[in-house]
Structures are given as C-alpha cells and as structure tokens.
Design a protein around this ligand. Sequence first.
Ligand code: PMP
Length: 361
Amino acid sequence: MGGFVLYYIYYMVYLDYAATVPILPEVSKTMQKAERCFFANASALHTPGHLSKNEIEECRELLAKMINADPNEIIFTSGATESNNTIIRTFEGCQIETSPMEHHSIIEAAKVYRGKKSPKLFSFMLANNETGEFIKIPKRKTGAYYHSDLTQVLGKIPIDVKKLGLDYATFSAHKIGGPIGVGVLYVKDGAPFIPLIIGGMQEGKRRGGTYNTVGIVGFKEALKFVNKNQTWKIYDTRIRELRDVLAKRILKEIPGSSLNTDINRRKSLPNILNASFSAAEGESIQLYLDAEGIIVSTGSACAAGDIKPSHVLMAKTGDAEVAHSSIRFSFGLENTMDDIDKVMEILPGIIKRLQGISTIS
Ligand code: PMP
C-alpha cells in the first residue's frame, strides 16, 4: 500500500459513517485470527467445522439478546440489501406498503413484487439513512405483517423488536464497524418466510450458501464493542453534541443554508445531519470538500451516479432544488470537535464561491 494512501486516510476528515464505518481495530484483529482458526466449512461434521459453527452460534445468541429475540429467529445473510429483498419477495403478489423514505433495496424490490393479495406487509424503517429522521412505524393491525430496516439504528439506540411490534427486521454489520457483506434478518417465530437463496441446509434451510464464518466472527466482535462501550450512550451525548454544533454553526455562518434534519432529540438519530445550501449544487460541494480531505455524501451513496434528486429529500421537501443542493454529514465514534472546526473553516468559502457562480437566482 502506498505511503500516500495511508497519509491521506490518516488526515482526512471522514463524515460518511452512514455509508460505511471503517472496520474497528479489534474486529480486524479478531478476523485475522479467525482466518486461521475458523476457516473450516461450518456445516461440516468434523471438529474444525464445529469450531466454526460455535462462533456463528455465539454471534447469533449475542445479537438475539441485544434485540430481545430468540436465537432461532436470527438468519445470517450477505447484508441488509439481501435481508430486505428476502422479506419483500416473501410477500410476492401481496399488498406491500412502504414509507417513501425506504432504502432502494426495499423500494425497488417492492415495485417488482407487490400485488393485491393478502396478507399485507408494512415495511417502515425506524430511522432514515439520508436525514437520520425517525419514521413512525404504523400501528399494528391483525392479519398484517411488519418489517423494519434497522440498518442505521443498530448501536445508535437500544432496540427491542418485541416492543417495536415487528415480525421482521434487517441489520448490517458494516454500519457498526464490522465487515461489509454480513447481514441479518430477524424473522419472528411463526411469521411467513420464503427463502431467497435456495441451497443447502444452512440456517434451517432458510438461507443457502456456505457460512461466511470469518465475517460473522467480525460481526460478533463489533457487537461486543457496541455492548461493552454502550455506544448508544456515546452517540446520545458526545456525537449528538458534534452534530448539533455543526448544525447551529452552518445555520449561523452560511447564508442560504437550511437543515433537512430535525435535530430535536425525539426526531432524529444523533449522528446524521442533512443540510441544503441554496444555489449551490450538492455534488459540487462534495467534490470541493473532497479536494480538501473532507468526506461527505450527497443523498445516499447507493444512488451516487444517479442524476435524479434523492427520493428521500423529494418525499420530505417536494423541492428538487433543496434536494439537489443537499449534503449529508454522518458522524462516527472517531469524530471530534476538531473535525467540525475543519469543516467550518472550509465549507463557508466553498458555498460562497459556488453561490457566486450559480445561474440559479
Ligand atoms: N438499508 C439502509 C437503511 C442502508 O443505509 C443501507 C446501506 N446504505 C442498506 C440498507 C444496504 O446495506 P448493505 O450494504 O448491507 O446491503
């Protein structure tokens, strides 16, 4: 690896944690060990196979305990996208109602599979990945099923799937410092379920494919980190303060700025701030910040390259200009007040320059 890359990564101000979180050092160490110790196929009947399987079961039990579920209600997948797709596909031909703010892995899947039959599936995320704002999960009605994409929520606030009244929930390891490519689908005992990936006997025939043992070991270590440090408390205090200071400084110091995130503590996760800057284009702001080593995103990274304005901001504001001029700052545990100072040294100048050359009046 080039020295420049290490230098760059060390000095950049990373504010794109909602897109992905760097693997935690303890997770990385544990995964390296696991590559040597738990390489065997976890479905095999020999001892190394059992050792691998034990690791997987420990992760399953740990997550189940954290979200108030039973271990047999946890299915490992390749990520939140697969978990979301699986549940929408289970309701193929049925009525599927989603919030307009859902991730593309729900919205696009629902377009393909929704129909008119019963039972009905509701899929409402608890907190949105672009604005961080909470979304109300509809009140339970008998005969309907409820899914929530909790990808952005894990580790940020405590989760209880029973209190939330959920039949299904989605999680992803890489949003808490685990590896990319490991996800979970919670399926309440007795809720309808049709496997998306059909293969061997893995996961009680609910998800085929050789176990990603090393990845799951990494997820387990990241979950342990969340528990040991009670990360939701750090987000609620230190990270919330960073987010709120940035929000207030943006409004005060940058003319034409507005917030797309309600920073009231009951209204949003503590680590996401979405803001718009009138007459400045989001992509340009992002590129100028990038050139200064400040890493943010516009809308969701999954929609990058898509010239349509963010569907989330369009649903929220109905204003294409606001959506086109938006930036998402998302914080992680490594951020400090210094990072906010660096952003506020650079950002006002960038906005001023872009507003100066804008043809939008
Ligand atoms: N749902 C939400 C709310 C997300 O933020 C993301 C990640 N952008 C996903 C699903 C997809 O997650 P994964 O990368 O694990 O497929």
